[in-house]
Design a protein around this ligand. Structure first.
Ligand SMILES: [Ca+2]
Length: 379
């Protein structure tokens, strides 16, 4: 058996079709401290579940469309802005800065909470992706021909849980801190022994893009476009790197639920939280939106392509909705959707994805312990 196949099967055994298939092993300490601008940013990059789907379905919920309530939402007056990174701190997919105009819209002031998501599940009986057994027929489409079927013990309803090592590790292998955990899902965010009791006001997590879409339809809302999300995150500030302005995240009063300490082995929790925080634990931005930086990643409706901004250079893009299809050179066989805002796992040294222009990508059927969403509505 070829080495590649052995590696892949090893990841499958860990439950992760990893984005590290192309990663090189760390040879010395110097490589551990690579420049943060490199595209190898595994601390904020996320492993994928198993996806080959270009189209996602919300099944029978297509017909369940609720009436929009503006409770817990704020009206974002639209406008024109410069989208993308306005200083040198961005990754390559954040350039070039380009002009974007978005119409006005309503936006949830917080990430969708466990209590809100429970109402949806109680009303519809919806079963999330993480609660379903992976389909081997779908999974094998992205594997080399002849790859043996993983052990049945791995093809179970599960999701990816952050399981930090107790010592420093190289950052090119996400399986060292993400574990495919049987029984982990939105009701059991850290695995089957955990629960959301007392966490009604925490953001719901382990939510796939498909799950988020289903909730939005039920609520009579939709996911924000990436352009809307960034416009909202800026909170009316112009050319500022953060939703609060320009002050360094580590200075002054904690501004967002991010990572402090050495990733991924030592979380000092200086901001008060090791994991997700109840929504509204930190000050809102200029539009009254909470946790647009940190806490949990938030799905956008757009497909992800690293070169999408280049297509919009030199024009004023009006309500851009993203590219027609997804492409991630790190995992070319897996189309991905955009996620924004960073999470409690984003640290200043390597990831800093709590910046307003930072982009990340995840396959639509992947749920993780640090990924949730919020909704918008046109009227
Ligand atoms: Ca967030």
């Amino acid at each position: 058996m070829k080495h590649f196949e052995i590696v892949l099967i090893a990841f499958l055994s860990a439950g992760i079709v990893s984005n590290t298939l192309n990663a090189q092993p760390v040879k010395d300490e110097k490589q551990l401290n690579y420049n943060k601008k490199e595209e190898v940013l595994s601390c904020c990059r996320k492993p994928s579940r198993f996806s080959t789907k270009q189209q996602s379905s919300t099944g029978s919920l297509q017909k369940v469309v609720g009436t929009t309530s503006h409770d817990g939402m704020v009206w974002i007056k639209g406008g024109e802005y410069a989208m993308g990174c306005s200083n040198g701190d961005g990754r390559t997919d954040e350039y070039p800065v380009h002009k974007v105009k978005v119409n006005a819209f309503w936006m949830d002031v917080t990430e969708v909470t466990n209590a809100q998501f429970k109402k949806f599940v109680d009303a519809t009986g919806y079963i999330t992706t993480a609660e379903k057994k992976p389909d081997w027929q779908e999974l094998k489409k992205q594997l080399p021909p002849g790859t043996p079927k993983p052990d049945a013990s791995q093809l179970v309803a599960a999701s990816l849980v952050f399981t930090p090592p107790t010592h420093p590790v190289s950052l090119d292998d996400v399986s060292q801190w993400w574990s495919w955990t049987k029984g982990a899902n939105w009701r059991h965010p850290e695995g089957p022994q955990s629960s959301i009791k007392g966490k009604e006001n925490y953001p719901v997590v382990h939510i796939s893009w498909d799950d988020a879409q289903a909730y939005c339809k039920w609520a009579g809302k939709r996911l924000p476009t990436e352009a809307e999300w960034e416009f909202a995150a800026r909170g009316g500030l112009i050319n500022q790197p953060f939703s609060w302005g320009s002050e360094d995240v580590e200075k002054g009063t904690p501004k967002a639920n991010t990572w402090q300490g050495h990733f991924p082995d030592n979380n000092t929790a200086k901001d008060g939280f090791k994991g997700p925080a109840p929504v509204k634990s930190f000050a809102p931005n200029g539009y009254g939106l909470y946790d647009m930086a940190g806490n949990v990643w938030e799905w956008c409706s757009d497909w992800y392509r690293p070169d999408y901004y280049k297509q919009l250079k030199g024009i004023v893009a009006v309500n851009p909705k993203g590219p027609a299809s997804g492409f991630d050179p790190d995992e070319p066989t897996i189309p991905k959707r955009v996620v924004r805002g960073g999470s409690f796992l984003c640290d200043a040294s390597y990831c800093s994805s709590y910046r307003v222009s930072a982009r990340m990508k995840t396959s639509p059927d992947t749920g993780l312990e640090h990924t949730g969403f919020r909704c918008v509505a046109d009227k």
